[in-house]
Write a protein that binds this ligand. Structure first.
Ligand SMILES: Nc1nc2c(ncn2[C@@H]2O[C@H](COP(=O)(O)OP(=O)(O)OP(=O)(O)O)[C@@H](O)[C@H]2O)c(=O)[nH]1
Length: 362
């Protein structure tokens, strides 16, 4: 795709289990559909273990990988099963990108719903590969969904923000903190805490269990106090918005912030991506040249030792074995919006099926 101004923005919804990612994706999609004319987004569900999603995904990992089958075949528990399913799906992610790119002219937003267990996406190689692949192809923003009612305790709020901080610095993508469920708990307290660390420290001091039996601040309290100073810098790079995925409050504002983030992506992320790519290519080229020079030097030594080697060192195309082409072009990923849903998933684990049953550790 040439002009990034015409590209859809990709929104990756990440958040702790139960923060409301799927409901948020559903609400966002409903909001876009209710526009005049309707602007349906392109939806991807990457949670293989979810029983029901409240929206109709265009691409659903569950069509490609059977999470229960993966658990059985690889003798894994639920989290291992989700991670392995995501790994298997990632091996076909180029096909997903092709399907998304085909729709690039007709959609404004591509929305990715990630697995319930946050670390499966944020701390796995697959999550990083998917994020990098998408971010190289489309303007991408991370929507970090926070369960606002569950973050009213300063310690919980801080843990959540530390996690957000780690994702921001890992992905380096434009980042929007979405305070969800504001119909239950307005997010004004969070904004105050982020704006002024002294307000946070006051709340922390007045919260229960911040002093020990002798009235001295607990270790946790001191740690939180120091962390609030560290996070002060991080908050400056954040955009935040309060939404209710149930009532739809704040969704328009969220889309406004997404548009601003698109500019940030183009201004900051894209040049950095180009710089890193150029650097990687230059390093690769240098390594190639060094290794070619080493090989030629070795050849010269061999030829000097035994001139007959020179005659043997001729390439014989007839003797070359034809390598079998791998079937990487085979299409496994289903775009539900293009053809009628075929009604059966395609099991990526099949080529790897084996008889072995792995013993569980005692
Ligand atoms: N009141 C209220 N409830 C919400 C809101 N958003 C989500 N919920 C509820 O929160 C619960 C969890 O929502 P989900 O959308 O399943 O959360 P999730 O993050 O996708 O969950 P996992 O994928 O299992 O981690 C559900 O009961 C939702 O109805 C909201 O804005 N307000």
């Amino acid at each position: 795709m040439s002009s990034s101004s015409k590209k859809p923005v990709c929104i990756i919804a990440i958040g702790m289990a139960g923060s409301g990612k799927s409901t948020f994706v559903h609400r966002l999609s409903a909001h876009l559909l209710s526009k005049s004319p309707p602007a349906p987004p392109y939806l991807l569900n990457l949670d293989p273990a979810v029983a029901n999603v409240p929206y109709d995904p265009n691409i659903d990992i569950r069509d490609t990988v059977d999470y229960h089958e993966v658990m059985k075949q690889y003798n894994l528990g639920p989290n291992g099963g989700i991670l392995t399913s995501l790994n298997l799906f990632t091996t076909k992610f180029d096909q997903v990108l092709d399907l998304v790119e085909k729709r690039a002219e007709t959609v404004d937003y591509v929305i990715i719903d990630t697995p319930g267990q946050i670390e499966i996406f944020t701390w796995s190689a697959s999550g990083a590969i998917i994020t990098d692949a998408v971010a190289s192809a489309l303007p991408t923003v991370v929507a970090y969904i926070v369960d606002t009612p569950r973050s009213v305790a300063p310690a919980t709020f801080m843990s959540n923000m530390l996690y957000a901080c780690s994702i921001l610095y890992k992905t380096k993508l434009p980042f929007i903190v979405v305070f969800n469920k504001i119909d239950v708990e307005p997010h004004a307290f969070a904004l105050d805490w982020m704006r002024d660390f002294e307000v946070f420290q006051e709340s922390l001091a007045s919260h229960q269990s911040t002093t020990d039996d002798e009235g001295a601040p607990t270790y946790m309290n001191s740690l939180m106090n120091s962390m609030s100073l560290v996070l002060d810098e991080f908050y400056k790079h954040l955009k935040s918005v309060g939404v209710s995925s149930v009532t739809g409050d704040g969704i328009s504002e969220f889309l406004g912030v997404v548009e601003a983030s698109r500019e940030e992506y183009e201004k900051d992320y894209l040049p950095e991506l180009a710089r890193v790519r150029a650097q990687r290519e230059a390093t690769l080229q240098k390594r190639k040249e060094e290794s070619t020079a080493r090989m030629l030097a070795d050849l010269n030594v061999d030829r000097a030792r035994d001139p007959n080697f020179a005659a043997q060192d001729r390439w014989n195309p007839d003797g070359e074995e034809q390598e079998e082409e791998d079937d990487g072009g085979e299409l496994n990923i289903i775009d539900r919006s293009e053809d009628p849903w075929p009604g059966q998933y395609i099991d990526l684990t099949q080529p790897r099926a084996r008889e072995t049953t792995w013993p569980r550790p005692a």
